[in-house]
Design a protein around this ligand. Structure first.
Ligand code: GAL
Length: 397
């Protein structure tokens, strides 16, 4: 764990370095968090009604029962601080406590958003200098999850670096300390609150995110609803698997499934890849207007089970041949999930050898998108995988 900068004497720094930042954090999210977030579809327009509609749709669609329980408001809910420094929500959110209560009454959990800097990315009030006040406010509203987005804290980091020209680590250490500070403030409320670090992978966050009590951390910049954006992010995750595990997950950003600018095959690739990556599954579409196809992709129980497998191991790429890639994820019971991905612009015949995924033999192989059994011949499976599509398998030993 990196040294925590404290404005105290050296011995105090040593003590702080030895004590874990949080004993609560490791007990949260034993499997990757699942839910919905307002940003990808509603962005700055989101209102309290949109969030309530999303909560209702999570229940009526069956998504809650499939595991999607967090209802997360992203940026643009924030209003002004009063004379005591207490933050109010803006006019789009007339009653946050009532919203939290309504979300909980539906068997769901409530998530919110802020920044360690003075302003959020959309230039609304954020938590710099008000960390404990904000944490207490969230707890009073019943918040269960905080996405903490670097945003304007970068300006403070630049100033810090300029003031400490001989210390190349100074700015990154400020950032690390700012996340630890919010984790301590959240824990002090006594409410178990998931902390999502959003800083786009700066300073290899996967190497220190868990040590500051982060439960998940974004590994990349923002996803967009296009195959190129999704593929660049999703297929760009090799090597990060060792850093994920129960309580702390790599986050390649939220889902775009159902937002309308990818084909069904592309969305199935998105969902399959995120499941193999043990990624948080935060739907980012308008849940009140889902097509049956979108529902079938988001609620494929077998694919969700890959993501949520209790072993808690992230998968990785095991083979690459140009645009054709094989990824696999170890599952409990010595089973393995496999994604055979065709990133090319035409359909391709692809062959998977069981030995590619370190399986000597298979007692049962299932195609997770059709639900049908698959037979290996001479230790291999050959199938036509559509352009930008995937063959996703579960292989039992
Ligand atoms: C970005 C973040 C997005 C969204 C947005 C809100 O920095 O990566 O996921 O939260 O800010 O302004």
């Amino acid at each position: 764990m990196r040294r925590l900068i404290l404005p105290l004497i050296f011995t105090a720094t040593l003590c702080a370095a030895q004590a874990p930042v949080s004993t609560i954090a490791p007990t949260l999210v034993p499997t990757p968090p699942m839910g919905w977030n307002s940003w990808n579809h509603f962005a700055g327009k989101v209102t309290q009604k949109d969030v309530m509609d999303a909560a209702d749709a999570l229940v009526s669609s069956g998504m809650r029962d499939a595991g999607y329980v967090y209802v997360n408001i992203d940026d643009t809910w924030e209003g002004q601080r009063d004379a005591t420094g207490m933050l109010r929500a803006n006019d789009k959110f007339p009653d946050m406590k009532a919203l939290g209560d309504a979300i909980h009454a539906r068997g769901l959990k409530f998530g919110i958003y802020s920044s360690p800097g003075p302003r959020t990315c959309a230039n609304f009030a954020a938590s710099y200098g008000y960390e404990q006040k904000d944490a207490d406010l969230y707890a009073s509203w019943g918040v269960d999850y905080l996405k903490y987005d670097l945003c304007s804290f970068r300006t403070l980091m630049q100033a810090g670096a300029a003031d400490h020209p001989t210390d190349p680590d100074y700015a990154n250490q400020m950032m690390i300390d700012s996340y630890a500070k919010m984790r301590r403030a959240l824990d002090k409320t006594g409410r178990p609150i998931v902390l999502s670090l959003c800083q786009y992978g700066v300073d290899d966050v996967w190497k220190w995110g868990a040590s500051v009590g982060g439960n998940l951390w974004r590994t990349t910049g923002d996803i967009r609803d296009s195959y190129d954006s999704m593929a660049k992010i999703g297929f760009g995750q090799p090597g990060l698997a060792p850093y994920a595990g129960p309580g702390h997950w790599n986050d390649p950003d939220m889902l775009e499934v159902g937002n309308g600018h990818m084909t069904a095959d592309e969305y199935r690739t998105h969902m399959s890849l995120w499941a193999i990556l043990a990624a948080p599954l935060l739907a980012g579409n308008d849940l009140s207007k889902m097509t049956p196809e979108t529902e079938s992709i988001l609620m494929n129980k077998a694919v969700i089970a890959v993501d949520q497998d209790p072993l808690g191991k992230q998968g990785d790429r095991v083979k690459q041949d140009g645009d054709l890639e094989v990824w696999s994820k170890p599952l409990s019971g010595s089973a393995v999930a496999v994604g055979v991905f065709n990133r090319s612009k035409s359909d391709a015949s692809m062959t998977l050898k069981l030995s590619d995924v370190s399986m000597a033999s298979a007692s049962k192989i299932t195609d997770l998108w059709t639900g049908k059994p698959v037979t290996a011949k001479d230790g291999q499976i050959t199938a036509t995988v559509p352009m930008h599509g995937v063959l996703m398998l579960r292989i039992e030993p």
